[in-house]
Design a protein around this ligand. Structure first.
Ligand SMILES: Cc1cc2nc3c(=O)[nH]c(=O)nc-3n(C[C@H](O)[C@H](O)[C@H](O)COP(=O)(O)OP(=O)(O)OC[C@H]3O[C@@H](n4cnc5c(N)ncnc54)[C@H](O)[C@@H]3O)c2cc1C
Length: 438
């Protein structure tokens, strides 16, 4: 089919993808626009630049991203090698010296015998050959238009307006109840958290006074906050005491099991088929993560909620991936064209690298006309690829690594949540080892 792979973008995903394809024995052209062109968030000339935090998050096997790191390390990930080589003390998290991290990766890629680096800003996807597009969440207009055209013009999202997701098992079912509004549809699709007037009062006061995250200047262009359909819940609350009660917290049509109507109701909508994750309907937010934990745990039934993903609202270019990409991150019906990184709908540095690993290995397979490598669904790397290619229940939104994506254990786990997660991790690592040895 082709004798080389072209990778566009040397961020977290593109760097990992280029390395994996080259290590699989294929020649690679890695095209990066820095330093002559910089996105609004990038500042340095090096590859795999960490644009914000220097943390690659938890290193524990009781954490979804900790498992993902272990899987990537087991598969010879360049990003993970660089991270451990340049780690700085950060407790149970893996944080790095961002300059040395980027230098390590840049050096390995620039000196790799099968990789040729080209400094150029690409404005369109090529029509043929084996290509991995990894231009990231801030992909600029021309390239975005080329990608959008591939999806029929309306396939790209430009903003994230994401509500928090909680783990179903962590919802207190002595308080919350299943019901869909006016009894329409499957009642299992919605969990409802009812509030008394006093509870609403306290929640309202906490919400309107909670601390919000700082916007990046390129996020602060008014589009996020002006668009009524995705207004942050705290902004809506500030419009008036009752605004939420007539909006996302409307109690009508959702009687409690005893038939009475609550003063307000927070609805949680099922996020995946397995029913292990639920999102807070209408709760897209700019609050800082600690404030989300504090304020949203005031919602009856969520006092002990485990947040699998926090709400965010920021600029983010990503594909409507389900049905468009396969679990190899290849465009269905356009053999040899792959996407990787945040633009596929994975969220976070490590997740972006993971998608790069899968795309890079599969692009090498495409060059050889070999079958694609589809990782088992009970591994985190496989579960993320499955989420991207199949989606969940509602509108497709970016997702970070979390245990809600994995199929549950065969038997209900009775111990602590952290022990259950470690059991899921042990199963995933065993499954991956067996897969890699076949
Ligand atoms: C402001 C901001 C803050 C973030 N903070 C965090 C955080 O703290 N933690 C976290 O886990 N995640 C964070 N993220 C998400 C983060 O972007 C991703 O986790 C990760 O960087 C995405 O990797 P990527 O490879 O998809 O894209 P990127 O790392 O952005 O890499 C894309 C690369 O492609 C290059 N490129 C773009 N267009 C072209 C073109 N047309 N031609 C050639 N080259 C091109 C870019 O220069 C860049 O090097 C943040 C994102 C943003 C935008």
């Amino acid at each position: 089919m082709a004798d080389r792979v072209t990778v566009i973008g040397a961020g977290l995903a593109g760097s990992e993808a280029a390395y994996q394809a080259a290590e699989a024995g294929v020649d690679v052209t890695l095209i990066e626009m820095k330093p002559s062109h910089m996105s609004p968030a990038h500042r340095s000339a090096g590859f795999a630049e960490l644009v914000c935090s220097n943390s690659l998050r938890s290193n524990q096997l009781s954490n979804g991203v900790g498992l993902l790191k272990a899987e990537l390390s087991a598969m010879g990930s360049l990003v993970m090698e660089a991270a451990y080589e340049t780690a700085v003390p950060a407790g149970s998290a893996l944080a790095v010296d961002r300059v040395r991290f980027s230098e390590f990766i840049t050096h390995r890629l620039r000196t790799h015998p099968r990789i040729t680096v080209v400094e150029r800003r690409e404005t369109a996807l090529p029509d043929e050959g084996v290509t991995i597009c990894a231009t990231g969440p801030l992909t600029d207009g021309e390239m975005a238009a080329s990608i959008a055209a591939l999806q029929g013009g309306d396939g790209l999202h430009f903003y994230d307006a994401v509500a928090p997701i909680v783990e179903a098992d962590s919802v207190d079912m002595s308080v919350a109840y299943f019901a869909s509004r006016y009894g329409k549809g499957d009642p299992q699709d919605y969990l409802n958290c009812p509030m008394t007037r006093e509870e609403y009062d306290a929640f309202y006061q906490a919400l309107v006074s909670a601390e919000t995250a700082q916007l990046h200047e390129f996020d602060d262009d008014g589009k996020i906050t002006v668009f009524e359909g995705c207004m942050p819940v705290e902004v809506m609350a500030r419009r008036g005491y009752d605004t939420l009660r007539f909006g996302p917290m409307k109690p009508v049509g959702l009687p409690r099991p005893d038939g009475t109507e609550a003063y307000a109701v927070v609805q949680l909508r099922r996020e995946n088929r397995e029913g292990t994750m639920y999102n807070l309907v209408g709760f897209q937010t700019h609050l800082t993560f600690p404030e989300q934990r504090r304020v949203f745990r005031m919602i009856p039934g969520l006092a002990r909620a485990d947040f699998l993903r926090y709400g965010v609202m920021h600029r983010n270019t990503y594909l409507r991936s389900p049905g468009f990409l396969t679990a190899a991150y290849e465009v269905a019906g356009r053999e040899g064209l792959f996407f990787a990184g945040q633009m596929t709908g994975v969220g976070g540095y490590v997740e972006s690298a993971a998608s790069g690993l899968v795309a890079g290995r599969n692009a090498a397979a495409a060059c050889r006309r070999a079958p694609r490598i589809l990782f088992p669904a009970d591994t985190m790397v496989g579960a993320m690829a499955r989420y991207v290619s199949e989606g969940g229940c509602g509108k497709f939104q970016p997702m970070n690594a979390n245990f809600g994506l994995l199929p549950p254990l065969a038997e209900r786990f009775k111990g602590k949540k952290s022990e259950r997660n470690e059991a899921l991790s042990a199963r995933a690592l065993q499954s991956l080892a067996a897969f890699l040895h076949t």
